[in-house]
Design a protein around this ligand. Sequence first.
Ligand SMILES: [Zn+2]
Length: 269
Amino acid sequence: MKNNKKTTIALMALITPHSVFADPHWTYEIDGDTAVFDGQNHWAEIIDPTSTAPVPLNYPYVECGIGQKQSPINISTPLTNQAKLNDITLNYHANPLVVENNGHTIKVNESITSPGTMYIGNILSYDEYTLLQYHIHSPSEHTVNGVSYPMEIHFVHGTPDGKLAVIGVVVQPGTHNNELQKILDNAPASVATNSPENVFIDPRGLDTRNYVSYAGSLTTPPCTEGVNWYVLTTPIEASGAQITSFQSFFTDNARQTQNLNGRVANLKK
Ligand SMILES: [Zn+2]
C-alpha cells in the first residue's frame, strides 16, 4: 500500500467503532435509563442533541434498529454449508502498547506508523486490510449454539476505500495469556489512554485454520453494516484470574445476538 501512514490516519478518522466523545451517549443495558432510553433495545431511537439535520438524520444510530445484517449472531454448529472461503493471512507484529479505556471497552490502539495488516484472498487476487485497533467484550458477543464464552477479542481492520473486516476470537478459561496481561496491567481504570514506556504488545498467536464467515455490522452504535466478519472457531485461552481482572473494568459489555434474516454463516472447508 502506498502512503500507508496517511491512509491509516484517514481510516482512523472514519472508523472509530467505540469512539464516544463526540457521539450521543449509549449503554449496554437492555432498556437503559427510562428517561432517555439509552439501552441497546433503543440505540436506534437515540437522538443527537447537537444535530440540526432533519429527521431521520438526527437519529445517528438508526441502523441499529432497521438494519437487516446486524452483528453479533449465534452460530449454530455443526454448520452444514461448508464453503471454499478465502484464506486469511495475518501480518501482525509487536508494537508499543497504547491502551485506552473509552467507557465501553478496553482497546489497544494499533501503531499508525507500522500497523499490522491482513490479506484476504489468494495470491492472484486479494484485499489488504490495515489493523486499526483491538478490544475486548465480556461475555463474548458471538455465541455458539446459544452458549457464550467469558470473553471475545475483536480485531478491527479497514481498507482505504472503506471496507471493514473484523476478526472475532473467543476466549475460554485455561492457561495464562502473557499479551492479555500487558493490557490488563496498563489499562486505565476510567476513561483515558495510557502509553507505558517500553511495553510492547504482540497480537500474534491467533488460529486461522478454521473460521466462520458472514456479512454483519459493527456491534456498537452506529451499528454500520457492510462489515465482513470472521469468527475463529478455535478459542484461545486466558486464566480465570485474567478473566476476572478484565471484568473488573467491564462486564456485560456485549450486544445481544441479532436476527439472521436469511443470512448464512459459512464454515471454511
Ligand atoms: Zn467489538
